[in-house]
Design a binder for this molecule. Structure first.
Ligand SMILES: *Cc1c(COP(=O)(O)O)cnc(C)c1O
Length: 373
């Protein structure tokens, strides 16, 4: 494949992997799938991922806020889109005009949406979010039924879905997720929907879709697994899922420093012997984290080598003394495979004290994304 990145540090996103993961989820769950592409498609590129997912049969796209959905519409995506977060009333008109479905949990806000829709001679498409124990966004279970009922009376609004979100579906211990599911099922069982078409019920994120079949309902909301990444160590994706993102760079200089030479800001790292060092043009300004305990590694010459000294904004230094023959222009892998060696987003998450979601979402916009189809 001919790649001509606009800088020596870049990501390669395999859209066929995205499509494979989506189809695997469809087959495993036998349920419609919402491809969750918030936060620029978990750092992979929302428009490209959404197009690939839609072409592979994603029934819905999920975004965090209305602007993300509007960007997909501007890019020509016609798939159903649900805004999972809060939409302030002053932004509702544009969202409704572009046929975005909105999340609601408050009757006053729902009324404002209905008013905005009537101005456009449309009906707002609304999904009621129930807080069954996540303790975040949503109406409490006792208020859900009355809210749905009141919304059914609103001119300019249409209750299209009812949903909830799990707090612990990525844990091997399913007891709390099962309790949330029980509360949600109770809400669903008591919905009063006189003479209307059936409503879309959804609850599962990636780990629940994989590990909690009773939570699949009409639609599963697939985020992290779409990208081929594990929801957690306790609830991993099946082994054939394909990580879609590689993060690469290029050696910009190789030098050998004598023993006792400080490396990078603060001079905290000092060479112990004559060490051969490779300078790599990636830093915390790209999302390669500046963690106080620098435990990061990179792949050069098919080998794992340690990053030494402080991570700078635009550069890091790796000790390549154990990887002979490294030269200017060589490929560096920050996440992905090189020969037999691999670094996963989970590895990077462990070095940086976080989760794989945060690692890939944190790769900054200035890192170009190249797409493999
Ligand atoms: C982000 C999000 C998801 C996707 O979660 P994953 O764990 O990445 O699959 C699903 N539902 C809601 C409400 C979300 O905010």
């Amino acid at each position: 494949m001919d790649l001509a990145p606009s800088r020596p540090t870049y990501c390669v996103v395999d859209l066929a992997a995205i499509q494979y993961n989506l189809r695997r989820m469809q087959r495993i769950t036998n349920t419609d799938v919402m491809a969750v592409v918030k936060a620029d498609g978990y750092g992979h590129g929302a428009v490209e991922v959404a197009r690939a997912a839609a072409a592979a049969g994603a029934a819905w796209l999920g975004v965090a806020f209305a602007g993300e959905g509007l960007a997909l519409r501007r890019a020509g995506l016609g798939t159903d889109i649900l805004v999972l977060g809060y939409t302030p009333p002053h932004l509702a008109g544009e969202a409704i005009e572009h046929d975005l479905a909105l999340t609601v949990y408050d009757l006053e806000v729902a009324r404002a949406y209905a008013t905005a829709a009537r101005v456009l001679n449309k009906r707002a498409r609304l999904h009621v979010k129930v807080d069954t124990g996540m303790g975040r966004l949503g109406v409490d279970p006792a208020g859900a039924g009355p809210l749905v009922k009141a919304m059914e009376q609103l001119d300019g609004a249409r209750v299209e879905g009812v949903f909830t979100h799990f707090a612990t579906a990525d844990s091997a211990d399913q007891s709390y997720a099962l309790e949330q599911l029980r509360r949600f099922q109770d809400v669903v069982d008591h919905l009063e929907l006189p003479g209307r078409e059936p409503i879309l019920i959804h609850a599962a994120n990636s780990p629940a879709a994989l590990a909690l079949p009773a939570a699949r309902f009409d639609l599963v909301r697939m985020g992290i697994a779409l990208y081929g990444l594990n929801p957690s160590a306790e609830v991993p994706v099946p082994p054939d899922f394909l990580p879609a993102l590689e993060w690469k760079s290029t050696v910009s200089q190789v030098k050998t420093l004598p023993p006792g030479s400080p490396v990078s800001y603060g001079g905290e790292y000092v060479t112990r012997s004559a060490e051969t060092l490779a300078v790599i043009p990636v830093g915390y300004g790209d999302g390669f984290r500046r963690h106080p305990k620098n435990a990061a590694q990179v792949l050069i010459g098919g080998q794992r080598v340690p990053v030494v000294g402080r991570v700078c904004m635009d550069q890091v230094v790796a000790n390549v003394s154990e990887a002979p023959g490294v030269k200017l222009g060589d490929e560096v892998v920050l996440i992905g495979r090189q020969g037999e060696a691999a670094i996963t987003a989970d590895d990077a998450a462990a070095w940086w004290g976080t989760i794989n979601y945060d690692v890939v979402t944190g790769i900054m916009a200035r890192v170009p994304r190249l797409y493999r189809r």
